[in-house]
Design a protein around this ligand. Sequence first.
Ligand SMILES: Nc1nc2c(c(=O)[nH]1)N[C@H]1C(S)=C(S)[C@@H](COP(=O)(O)O)O[C@H]1N2
Ligand SMILES: [Mo]
Length: 198
Amino acid sequence: MGFVSRGFSGRRRPAADLPPGQYLTDDFPVLSAGPTPHVPTDEWEFTITTETGDVHRWDWASLRALPAETPTVDLHCVTRWSKLATTWEGVSLDTLLADVDTGADYAFVQSYGGYTTNLPLEDLLDGQAWIAYRYDDADLPAEHGGPARLLVPHLYLWKSAKWVRGIRLTPEEEPGFWETAGYHIYGDPWREQRYWDE
Ligand SMILES: Nc1nc2c(c(=O)[nH]1)N[C@H]1C(S)=C(S)[C@@H](COP(=O)(O)O)O[C@H]1N2
Ligand SMILES: [Mo]
């Protein structure tokens, strides 16, 4: 079979790596619906709240004390740019959810500054999502969501909430900021789920 190795340059990657309707960029565009919040790490906290009201809480030190992973992933924005092979450091949601007892099927993600988004809880599990605090071997810059953002690269990038503050687990799916504005409730780039009617 005609197997072709990908190589390591990160440029000239095969078109098969790009979801339909996307183009490649080497830049890292900044897309924010409002002003950039600046949250000092000594005031930062992250919570996971279950459907029964149990609150699991991490401050900055306890987040950074958890085992870190360094995923290399492709990013796909619904405005059609994709950026391949980006490198991050963060804590897997598998780690954060390990001791969370829940029967909920959905996650409602909330950010400092008020942004929200939603996804099925199972899309946060099995090595698919991280709370990321470093990008490209540097602390995550505020405009890209620092001190920490959600990273869910298998869905369109609007699901990767910058300045993430908490996740509420819910039995019913609740649409977030862009989902309420007409974007797809799930947002799979490979199925081109850009808007609610696709
Ligand atoms: N809190 C917050 N998170 C957000 C957004 C936002 O406006 N606010 N924009 C989303 C969108 S539409 C995209 S494409 C990505 C952009 O991430 P970047 O600015 O790091 O490229 O962040 C997502 N997360
Ligand atoms: Mo976006």
